[in-house]
Design a protein around this ligand. Structure first.
Ligand code: SF4
Length: 410
């Protein structure tokens, strides 16, 4: 194999990493270099790969694969052993040097490192752990580290990965177990679940209060996973049911949804086209409703159904449940207010604060929210009631945003 220079390796291995969506760094505790020890801090910086945390913060990560060689043959993956993609491999020192170099120039706030499987899961995981350990122990690196865990690796290595990383992720890959067996025959859903369970226990032990001798920090930003959407026939209801189960069983911080992208020389078992991107977007919105707005998955979409692509899932729910509206914003409880289309967590909390001192009127709502028109059919205030408009037959049509229009050429 021809020797590749570092720049070419970087081009290949950062491009290969783009298929992994699970790299937002929300929930990380900030390390800093106050006291003269360590390199840099997690604050600030501009970057290479931008990811958005749930709080809206934009973070930049050096997002790499250690190698895109892989001994597995997952049908949906461009790095599978049978693919004829160009291959490259970093050694541990190269990844460490690149990370430090970009970090000191303030291009990145951290590292996201994944890898194809070389030789064995243990060998590969050990190499990834060596990168994190060298950064932390030799260079006192205080930036963010997210390591992708290889579930088939030994529990000791998974444990070490979580001790050096802020976040670890273990990809569940596909929403249906039988699809995983069909499209990724070397992967074992039982092993994935066992690894997630072990990480959950470690995170909980690390966070436990009142222990005399606190254990070393174990993945303080928790664990996440990624599911590929549209590579099999799973409905949105099935996908969200799987997410609901993962959040409950393993206390995941995030499930990331990645729309399947067709790859060269793909097997006929895969679809020819990628699903519409708006499907991925609706899944994220529904996921948000489950995590922050008190919705059960079954309220959002039935197991055998897909989400409505035209309108967001909260509006779709409200239109199906018009009997719950209009809601008086001066007397409703927080849980009810969070279900009003167009009202976010921050707006609701501010309204509850304001209404302790005065009766909310439409002008207050306009000031505290992003858009009044979407809200008006669903709310009552001191000076407003929607009358019959909540039940009007054309409400859905009026609330549906126009499809995005391509810009005119002339
Ligand atoms: S194990 Fe990972 S890198 Fe290897 S083929 Fe499967 S998805 Fe791709």
């Amino acid at each position: 194999m021809a020797t590749l220079d570092l720049k070419r390796k970087l081009a290949i291995l950062s491009d290969a990493a783009k298929y992994d969506a699970s790299c937002a760094s929300s929930g990380g505790t900030k390390r800093d270099s106050l006291g003269g020890k360590g390199v840099g801090s997690v604050d600030g910086g501009m970057g290479i790969c931008h990811a958005y945390a749930p709080d809206g913060r934009c973070i930049s990560l050096l997002k790499l694969l250690l190698t895109n060689f892989c001994v597995y043959d997952c049908a949906y993956c461009v790095n599978r052993v049978s693919s004829n993609t160009e291959r490259a491999r970093f050694n541990v020192d190269e990844v460490v040097d690149l990370t430090l170099g970009f970090y000191k120039r303030n291009y990145i706030e951290g590292l996201f490192l994944s890898s194809g499987i070389i030789r064995s899961p243990d060998y590969t995981m050990e190499e990834m752990v060596r990168v994190a350990r060298t950064l932390r122990e030799t260079h006192h690196f205080r930036g963010y580290i997210h390591l992708k865990v290889i579930p088939e690796a030994s529990p000791e290595l998974v444990n070490q990965a979580a001790l050096y990383a802020d976040r670890v992720s273990i990809n569940i890959e596909l929403p249906r177990d039988d699809s995983l067996a069909r499209l990724a025959p070397e992967k074992d859903v039982g092993g994935i679940r066992r690894a997630m369970g072990a990480v959950r226990l470690g995170v909980e032990a690390g966070a436990e209060k009142g222990r005399r001798a606190r254990p070393a920090k174990f993945a303080p930003a928790g664990q996440s996973t990624q599911m590929i959407v549209g590579a099999d026939a799973a409905t949105d209801g099935e996908i969200l049911k799987r997410s609901e189960g993962l959040y409950g069983a393993y206390r995941l911080k995030r499930v990331y949804y990645s729309a399947f992208s067709p790859i060269p020389d793909a097997t006929a078992r895969l679809p020819l086209a990628r699903p519409p991107l708006v499907r991925e977007h609706r899944l994220y919105q529904a996921d948000w409703l489950m995590r922050f707005y008190g919705f059960e998955r079954a309220e959002i979409v039935a197991e055998n159904d897909d989400l409505d692509l035209e309108i967001d899932p909260k509006l779709a729910w409200a239109l199906r449940n018009r009997g719950d509206f209009p809601l008086d914003l001066n007397t409703a409880c927080r849980e009810q207010m969070l279900r009003v289309p167009g009202l976010g967590v921050r707006s609701v909390d501010r309204m509850i604060e304001v209404r302790r001192f005065k009766t909310l009127v439409l002008e207050d709502v306009r000031r505290l929210t992003r858009g009044l028109e979407k809200l008006k059919p669903f709310i009552v205030t001191g000076d407003w009631t929607p009358g019959a408009s909540t039940d009007s037959a054309d409400l859905r049509v009026r609330m549906t945003p126009p499809p995005p229009r391509q810009l005119d050429l002339f």
